[in-house]
Design a protein. Structure first.
Length: 493
């Protein structure tokens, strides 16, 4: 089965069925145990009733008619079906209720042996199929309580003997009358829990009906919940497939605060990152291909002219070839570095970097003037020395290439636990509307010819390195003319 929602739903249904069957089995066991206890209790009470009736009957050597009349008399008084038998099992007498119900095959009897050889046979109500009945249990035809039968023949109670004289006194002066439960028709079935609302059904069947209704209710209500969960997973799956097919701008619905919503949010973040990397690589590749054409074309022309050129011109062509090779090498190096910076989203390997030492070395190499504020301060931060050196060198080379000989490098500590690195030149400056675009890869200001050197990746790399260290890069006007490129870096990680 391939549908996740069907597997989840069927798992819930199977668990619910197992719970229902387990509950029914435990309930049936409990019913059987209670039924056995009820049978034993009923037998004990009927035995006690028989022994008490024996005390009220004439002795075994009395006349048969006298014994039979006593049985009928006590049957009318107690309103109970019972009969008296002699030692040979012949009937001596029976109560009127016993005679009327004797032919009913559904009635049960219990025989109690007396110590004088006789025995009492007492009738009990039949045990209906499905266990003890509740309020909807139907009594056998002809066995309802009538005006002269308020008590049930199978009642646990039977007669209750209370001390004191009375009109129905027994031979020992004890007054005999049926207990309240006998007069109310209580039998062993009344011990069971009453389940209202389903008349005519015994409790066992009522339990089955309730379990079926519970099963249907849970199964029906669980389906939309499971389907909603798996539908969101299906939409996420479709989104992943479409993204993999080339729709890089596709994003999925990340609503909800559960794990599915968190998974969708993670996918959207990953998709955004992948789209950014792919777009950047595509742009980088296209621009790099364009930039490679110029030095390659110049080298091709120089090699074509090399054989037929005069000795003086050959030297210039060799220098041109060397320059183009250096330009190609720089271009490839910067393209590779830009690709690595874009691919490595994690933070750089942090280590203490002496920014003042880097500034001194690079300023000396480029002939720039160095200023620090305050003087004698320590300019140490956590970062990657190789990248920070490359950023500083790119700024100084750009300032020297486009800004003339007056280049100023300054370091300043800020109050916000940051270090400001500023490279200023006296060049033509950068127009306000182009100060954001100059940090794009391969972008050159109008009028800057390729012969000036560079491929348009220097400032883009500086910006990536600054952001990788948690800093910022911006371009400002320099007082008196020129431009200043400012890097602000945090001291700590």
């Amino acid at each position: 089965m391939k549908s996740l929602y069907l597997r989840i739903y069927l798992t819930l249904v199977v668990l619910l069925l197992a719970f229902a069957f387990g509950s029914a089995w435990l309930f049936q066991r409990q019913i059987e145990q209670e039924r056995g206890q009820a049978e034993a209790s009923a037998s004990d009470r009927l035995t006690a009733i028989a022994l008490l009736i024996h005390r009220a009957l004439p002795p075994a050597d009395a006349e048969v008619e006298e014994q039979a009349e006593a049985v009928r008399e006590w049957g009318r008084r107690l309103r109970m079906p019972f009969a008296l038998q002699d030692a040979q099992g012949r009937r001596i007498g029976a109560s009127d209720v016993f005679v009327r119900r004797e032919g009913d095959p559904t009635m049960r009897t219990q025989t109690v042996e007396l110590d004088d050889g006789r025995s009492l046979v007492l009738m009990r109500l039949p045990r209906l199929p499905g266990g003890p009945g509740g309020p909807g249990t139907r009594r056998p035809e002809g066995h309802g309580r009538g005006p002269d039968e308020p008590g049930g023949p199978g009642s646990f109670g039977g007669p209750r003997f209370e001390p004191g004289p009375g009109p129905s006194a027994g031979p020992d002066g004890e007054r005999m009358r049926p207990p309240p439960e006998a007069r109310g028709g209580l039998d062993e079935r009344s011990l069971w829990p009453r389940l209202p609302g389903l008349p005519g059904l015994p409790p066992g069947e009522v339990l089955v009906v309730l379990l079926v209704l519970l099963f249907l209710a849970v199964a029906i209500s669980a389906y939309p919940v499971v389907r909603r969960l798996t539908r969101r997973l299906e939409r996420l799956k479709q989104g992943v497939e479409q993204f993999g097919a080339g729709r890089l701008d596709l994003r999925v619905d990340d609503g909800g605060s559960d794990e599915v919503g968190a998974l969708a949010s993670s996918f959207n973040r990953a998709a955004e990152r992948i789209e950014l990397l792919l777009r950047s690589h595509q742009s980088l590749l296209a621009n790099a291909s364009h930039e490679l054409r110029s030095p390659l074309a110049r080298m091709k022309m120089a090699f074509a002219m090399l054989d037929s050129a005069a000795p003086e011109q050959r030297e210039r062509l060799r220098q041109e070839i060397d320059t183009n090779i250096s330009e190609l090498d720089a271009l490839v190096e910067e393209v590779l570095l830009a690709s690595r910076l874009e691919a490595q989203a994690q933070a750089p390997q942090r280590e203490p970097v002496d920014l003042l030492g880097l500034a001194v070395e690079e300023a000396a190499a480029s002939g720039a003037e160095l200023l620090t504020e305050p003087e004698g301060a320590q300019f140490t931060l956590q970062g990657e020395e190789r990248l920070l050196r490359r950023a500083l060198r790119n700024l100084l080379e750009n300032a020297r290439r486009y800004g003339g000989d007056e280049v100023l490098l300054s370091l300043r500590q800020l109050a916000s636990n940051q270090i400001e690195l500023r490279v200023c030149d006296r060049g033509p400056g950068v127009p306000q509307e182009m100060r954001a675009r100059i940090f794009e890869p391969f972008f050159r200001l109008p009028g800057h010819a390729e012969q000036a050197g560079g491929v348009g990746l220097g400032l883009s790399l500086v910006k990536q390195i600054a952001e990788r260290h948690g800093g910022q890069l911006r371009c400002e006007d320099r007082e008196g003319g020129g431009s200043c490129f400012v890097i602000v870096l945090p001291v700590g990680p």
